[in-house]
Design a protein around this ligand. Structure first.
Ligand SMILES: Cc1cc2nc3c(=O)[nH]c(=O)nc-3n(C[C@H](O)[C@H](O)[C@H](O)COP(=O)(O)OP(=O)(O)OC[C@H]3O[C@@H](n4cnc5c(N)ncnc54)[C@H](O)[C@@H]3O)c2cc1C
Length: 321
């Protein structure tokens, strides 16, 4: 029986939710063909995750003990490459997160595997693996197939697949890591600003401010508006870089992907590729911008060409009524 290999992600002794999402994606593939889902967990305390990984959809857990507790791209690359060599999986699912971005491309290139990133749908079509990702600045969905590739590595977008419910009793095995010359050394873990802040990946209504707000002194009135409307105030990168809001509120490529958000109101945000990477999937996007050609309007469900301060005043008076 062939295998779909999922690589678990954990940080600071906690399994990350995206791992359960990948198991769900793998399980969907498994039902289309006769595959077993194997989850590999890599780290010095890898065996401590066995219980958290014993969930529906998992057939086997492979524990790969490493000398270091934290993520290390060289160690992960070697561990996953060796596992692939040994198990010959049809597909390897990694989270599309900063950890995987540190080694996924090298892994695929060195192994000559099929490769696609930021995948949000994966299925078998006529026995061929097909992955769907965005293209042309997320304006179209692109189906990628991998002719002639026996093994395909995919980084899967977080917050797309819903974790399966229920527990299971998968087989557990150990896998020996060959010696690895790591080029980095973890010295200290530093939580980005706002460590105790709300997790914006879990909220469903966001009001986000961009450079259009002009001055730091204007932040407060949008904070009050967001609070009155029941939204979480977030921002584009220049606002976080300026320290006007904590980094934990930054949406985008180098910020956060707002996975659970249902309604996103973008105030004075132009819609750079990097910002849209964090919110373009939101079902209802409302954008307010004075520039009718702002890119944000290409993904907005409702676009308002107006001054954000006029809209803020109007919304305040409507909400007060
Ligand atoms: C590697 C890398 C990673 C990055 N990661 C991120 C990221 O995670 N998140 C992110 O956001 N950016 C990120 N960026 C930065 C990104 O490229 C843009 O510079 C940034 O998103 C622009 O922010 P903005 O839309 O607020 O500002 P601008 O692009 O300056 O847009 C401001 C908008 O406000 C409008 N405006 C001005 N005044 C008003 C008004 N009174 N009323 C209404 N509209 C008004 C303007 O028309 C304009 O469209 C990254 C860049 C790089 C290179």
């Amino acid at each position: 029986m062939k295998t779909i290999l999922v690589i678990a992600e954990h940080r600071r002794n906690e399994l990350r939710l995206v791992t359960l999402e990948l198991i769900s994606a793998a399980h969907a593939l498994k039902s289309a063909a006769d595959y077993k889902v194997v989850v590999a967990v890599i780290g010095s305390q890898a065996d401590s995750f066995v219980s958290a990984l014993s969930v529906n959809g998992v057939d086997e857990i492979v524990v790969v003990k490493t000398p270091v507790a934290d993520f290390d791209p060289d160690i992960f690359e070697t561990a996953v490459a060796t596992l692939i060599e040994s198990r010959k999986p049809a597909a390897v699912l990694l989270p599309h997160t900063v950890d995987s971005l540190g080694y996924a491309a090298t892994l695929a290139s060195n192994g000559g595997y099929g490769f696609a990133t930021d995948v949000f749908m994966v299925e078998y079509q006529d026995s061929q693996l097909v992955a769907t990702r965005g293209g042309y600045n997320q304006k179209v969905n692109v189906e990628v197939d991998f002719p002639g590739k026996e093994i395909v590595v995919l980084t899967v977008r977080p917050s797309v697949f819903k974790p399966l419910e229920g527990v299971s009793s998968p087989a557990v095995s150990n896998f020996d890591l060959p010696s690895v010359a790591s080029r980095s050394q973890n010295k200290e873990f530093i939580e980005l600003g706002g460590g105790n802040d709300i997790d914006i990946t879990t909220v469903d209504f966001i009001m986000s401010i961009g450079r259009g707000i002009g001055e730091e002194t204007n932040v407060e009135q949008f904070r009050e508006l967001a609070e009155t409307a029941g939204a979480t105030l977030c921002c584009s990168r220049p606002i976080a870089d300026a320290g006007w809001l904590p980094k934990s509120r930054q949406v985008g490529q180098s910020g956060k992907v707002v996975g659970s958000c249902k309604l996103y109101v973008a105030m004075g945000i132009s819609g750079s590729i990097q910002h849209m990477a964090g919110m373009k999937h939101v079902p209802t996007i409302v954008a307010v911008n004075t520039d009718p050609n702002a890119s944000i309007f290409t993904i907005a469900k409702f676009g308002i060409v107006a001054d954000i301060f006029d809209i803020e005043e109007e919304l305040n008076s409507q909400l007060a009524a």
